[in-house]
Design a binder for this molecule. Structure first.
Ligand code: SF4
Ligand code: SF4
Length: 342
């Protein structure tokens, strides 16, 4: 079902979501960029849906927090700190590439063995997605069919039509949320306007990855000199890993709690570009060279994912390109490996 919500009613709609018992996260305009924040009832006017991408991936940050306590050990007893799956969390304004990245993370974390922490958070999450109304020079979602619009994976879906938003339902949970929020039904003109918007945004996307036969090309390029060339540019900062919505690696450490005499087990994000990532006992490291680490990053997205999870592991969000201090661009790397002019 499709409805129309006036632009000025977004704060009212946000308040409605909170009134239904949801903890709401939504984009807020910052000094330089938008970022997703928890929205209290008196902050609904701050919700701003005019952005291309946030620096940090909103769904990964919510479902796998950058640092979380997995369990506590006190007096010899293990206490799991599982999130409450019956709580309600809603996230408003997530773009299609990030929703599709969440679907990829589900394959990783909800396959065998299931990660109970991810699962509990995913079960309690309601996704109000937002089709893109513009794109910038970093976007290349059309290469993977992961944007700029969505067909599935959302509970509710907004499309910006200027003075109003088209709101579509994608699940029973989404339909229930709006069942007592009055909105007029959308007309065929509204739907046509949505189609025009999506067509226009597709036309704005200039960056592409040619995925035809890509796995074969990547396998053939394992010893290509490009990896050494990139290692000469890369700083090993790991920013690409951290901002990537599909990078899912983590580290676990046991930390003593001096006041209680117990121990806490902490999970933190990790990344294959970081030197410590492949470090093992006694100072060994399987990927000492940056060339091996950057080759791993690109191959995992554009090659290994296919065997592991049945699809490529990139959604074309452009974050790794925008944030790389060395100007390394995964689309240009692939183009060069294909022998194409980037
Ligand atoms: S590899 Fe880069 S473009 Fe692809 S999903 Fe990750 S951050 Fe986005
Ligand atoms: S963001 Fe750029 S410089 Fe930093 S690790 Fe990734 S590729 Fe290297």
């Amino acid at each position: 079902m499709s409805f129309i919500i006036k632009r000025e009613d977004i704060p009212h709609f946000s308040r409605h979501v909170i009134s239904k018992g949801y903890t709401l996260f939504a984009p807020v305009k910052g000094e330089f960029k938008h970022s997703f924040k928890k929205i209290a009832e008196n902050q609904v006017e701050d919700v701003s849906l005019d952005f291309v991408r946030t620096t940090m991936p909103p769904l990964k940050s919510l479902l796998i927090p950058p640092r979380e306590t997995l369990l506590k050990i006190r007096n010899g007893k293990v206490e799991e700190t599982l999130p409450d799956a019956t709580s309600r969390t809603a996230i408003l304004g997530v773009h299609p590439c990030d929703v599709n990245a969440m679907s990829l993370l589900e394959r990783v974390y909800m396959d065998r063995p299931k990660d109970p922490y991810f699962e509990a958070r995913r079960k309690s999450l309601l996704v109000i997605a937002l089709n893109c109304k513009t794109a910038d020079e970093y976007c290349f979602c059309t290469s993977f069919g992961t944007g700029p619009s969505l067909e599935e994976g959302f509970d509710l879906l907004l499309t910006d039509l200027g003075d109003r938003f088209l709101l579509e339902t994608g699940s029973r949970k989404g339909a229930e949320l709006i069942s007592d929020f009055y909105m007029p039904r959308a007309t065929s003109t509204d739907i046509l306007e949505k189609d025009d918007t999506i067509r226009r945004v597709k036309g704005m996307i200039r960056r592409h990855v040619n995925t035809a036969g890509l796995q074969r090309i990547m396998i053939g390029a394992l010893y290509n000199p490009i990896w050494n060339e990139l290692a000469g540019m890369c700083t090993g900062c790991g920013a690409c890993n951290m901002v990537c919505p599909t990078c899912f690696c983590f580290n676990m450490t046991d930390e003593p709690e001096l006041d209680s005499g117990g121990t806490v087990r902490i999970r933190t994000w990790d990344g294959c570009l970081l030197w410590e990532y492949a470090e093992v006992a006694l100072g060994g490291n399987f990927r000492r060279d940056l060339s091996a680490r950057i080759r791993q990053f690109v191959n995992h997205k554009m090659n290994y994912w296919l065997n592991q999870y049945g699809s490529l592991g990139c959604v074309g969000c452009g974050r790794c390109i925008e944030q790389c201090p060395a100007g390394i661009d995964i689309t240009r790397v692939v183009a060069r490996l294909r022998g194409e002019t980037p």
